[in-house]
Design a protein around this ligand. Structure first.
Ligand SMILES: C[S@@+](CC[C@H](N)C(=O)[O-])C[C@H]1O[C@@H](n2cnc3c(N)ncnc32)[C@H](O)[C@@H]1O
Length: 184
């Protein structure tokens, strides 16, 4: 693969979020051939070596297939998750994207809390985001017009930082014993 392909959009769909829908530095991947991605693929099992991309964009569907929720237009445009496996699929997706992310690379993850809270999703992932941003906050109204829920679209930024090992592991326990003793 050419070095210039630094960016992976792992759920490109119809590339609605892109200014340049054919960016020369990006690979557009999606499970649905009808979206015409560069690669028809599955974010749970990718055919790239470890540490390939500097930036990964991940905007998986937030609709669960047989939830009574989610209208058919949304499912058509944005796809859906499988009710039996969606938690495992998102966990595997995160782990696989983390694998193909370079050290010091960035993973941008987008989630809408319309049906499943972002808190629940973050618990599936082995890494914590650095920051988040609520990019849209739409009141969802019931039949009588009252607000029944605030639907939020959230962006999370993860960075693959090297885990710092204690410089001198033998010193650390002694230090903590010292601190315990000092405080008693
Ligand atoms: C919310 S849409 C993405 C919209 C896109 N960000 C845009 O700007 O248009 C989610 C996309 O994830 C895709 N998808 C769902 N499961 C996938 C999987 N396992 N691997 C890759 N893509 C998947 C769907 O086909 C759908 O196009």
């Amino acid at each position: 693969m050419a070095d210039k392909k630094l960016i992976l959009d792992a759920t490109a769909g119809y590339r609605m979020m892109w200014f340049n829908k054919h960016h020369p530095n990006a690979i557009y991947l999606d499970a649905r051939p009808e979206c015409e991605p560069d690669i028809v693929g599955d974010f749970r099992k990718l055919n790239f070596p470890d540490e390939t991309f500097k930036l990964i964009i991940w905007d998986p569907p937030h609709i669960i297939e047989n939830a009574q929720l989610g209208n058919s237009n949304m499912k058509r445009d944005y796809g859906f998750l499988r009710p039996e496996t969606w938690q495992r699929d998102l966990k595997r997706g995160f782990e696989e994207l983390w694998r193909v992310l370079k050290v010091e690379g960035v993973l941008l993850f987008k989630w809408s809390n319309q049906y499943v809270s972002a808190d629940r999703i973050l618990k599936l992932f082995p890494e914590k985001p650095l920051i988040y941003q609520i990019s849209a906050n739409n009141p969802k109204r019931g039949k009588t017009g009252g607000v029944i829920k605030h639907v939020q679209t959230l962006w999370f930024c993860f960075m693959k930082l090297k885990k710092e090992k204690p410089k001198n592991p033998q010193v650390q326990p002694q230090l903590s014993i010292f601190l315990q003793e000092a405080s008693t």
